[in-house]
Design a protein around this ligand. Structure first.
Ligand SMILES: NC(=O)c1ccc[n+]([C@@H]2O[C@H](COP(=O)([O-])OP(=O)(O)OC[C@H]3O[C@@H](n4cnc5c(N)ncnc54)[C@H](OP(=O)(O)O)[C@@H]3O)[C@@H](O)[C@H]2O)c1
Length: 293
């Protein structure tokens, strides 16, 4: 079975590659810069230099592949949904031209809404496009990644997170490594077929108030959280250098899911994964915050 992995240096992809290698598989990895691969894994994979927005390159790199782990790369452009559409075209071309029969796709809670959730609409479009191909496909509807906190290091150091969600609004928070474990087991298993949706929810739904308490305990420094208005958040995102299109695509991921949204997949034993936020913060974030002192 030939397995290909996209974003092999990314938050989830890096763990997928390592898990496949531990399972005795030599994965094909698609990445822009092979030098960024973990040196310990370089001899264990076949690396193809690919920009995922270049459909021809993705098709060439996935010739002969049986199973594909596909991640739409995070967009840094002023038009994120155009980037997601471009990534969708690439995966559709690869699957069609190379007759790839099985795909595991990294999607998000909220993709079931299809419209009105900003960047998540881009993932919804990829889901719909993959569904139309009639292949075996698993959409992993993931919760909010712990690693998103790494994008907030200055605020964490200052001891104040600002969010445009009610502080008692619960969300599924998940470790990317746990997502990789679900992805890898799906990639290696032949026990499923057709269209499947699997939620990956982490161990617990957490409110921002609970997250602040966990951060405080795990870092031994007071970290508070404050609810700000959507307009204030717009201002912060613009100050951080985002173009208007990016600002709205980021903002709508909260505004689109905070009212009248009931996830299609409830939390179950299958969607609940083990890694707790407190231990992850202690291991991964505590020193990064302290290093900024
Ligand atoms: N963050 C969340 O809470 C969350 C939740 C659910 C779903 N998602 C979805 O998960 C995906 C991103 O996950 P993430 O934020 O954790 O990021 P990530 O997987 O860490 O993504 C960064 C990786 O993407 C690679 N990359 C970027 N642009 C590329 C391109 N044009 N071609 C090839 N590789 C490219 C980067 O490689 P280089 O080394 O070349 O830069 C890096 O390895 C998005 O589709 C997002 O919508 C995120």
């Amino acid at each position: 079975m030939r397995v290909a992995v996209t974003t092999p240096t990314g938050n989830v992809g890096r763990h997928v590659v390592a898990m496949l290698v531990r399972a005795g598989v030599r994965p094909r990895v698609l990445l822009r810069e092979p030098a960024r691969l973990d040196p310990a894994l370089r001899g264990q994979v076949d690396a193809f230099q690919v920009d995922q927005y270049d459909a021809d390159a993705v098709v060439a790199a996935t010739k002969g592949v049986d199973v594909l782990f596909w991640v739409d790369p995070p967009s840094g452009s002023p038009d994120p949904l155009a980037d997601y559409a471009s990534a969708t075209s690439s995966v559709v071309r690869a699957v069609t031209d190379n007759h790839i029969g099985r795909v595991v796709f990294q999607s998000s809670v909220g993709a079931e809404k299809r419209h009105g959730a900003g960047e998540i609409d881009g993932l919804a479009n990829t889901e719909v496009a993959l569904d139309a191909l009639g292949i075996d496909v698993t959409h992993l509807r993931c919760g909010y990644f712990f690693t998103n906190l790494e994008l907030q290091l200055p605020a964490l150091r200052a001891g104040l997170l600002q969010v445009n969600l009610p502080l008692d609004f619960p969300m599924a928070w998940v470790a990317p490594r746990d997502i990789a474990e679900v992805a890898t087991t799906r990639l290696l298993s032949s026990e499923w077929s057709g269209r499947c949706v699997r939620a990956v929810h982490g161990p617990a739904d957490l409110t921002w108030r609970q997250v602040a308490a966990i951060l405080t305990a795990a870092t031994c420094r007071q970290i508070d959280v404050e609810e700000i208005s959507d307009d204030a958040m717009r201002g912060l995102l613009r100050q951080a250098g985002m173009a208007d299109g990016q600002v709205e695509a980021v903002l709508a991921m909260s505004t689109g899911l905070r009212e009248d949204f009931v996830p299609e997949q409830p939390r179950t034993v299958e969607s609940t994964t083990p890694t707790a936020l407190g231990g992850w913060v202690y291991d991964h974030l505590r020193r990064q915050i302290a290093d900024l002192d």
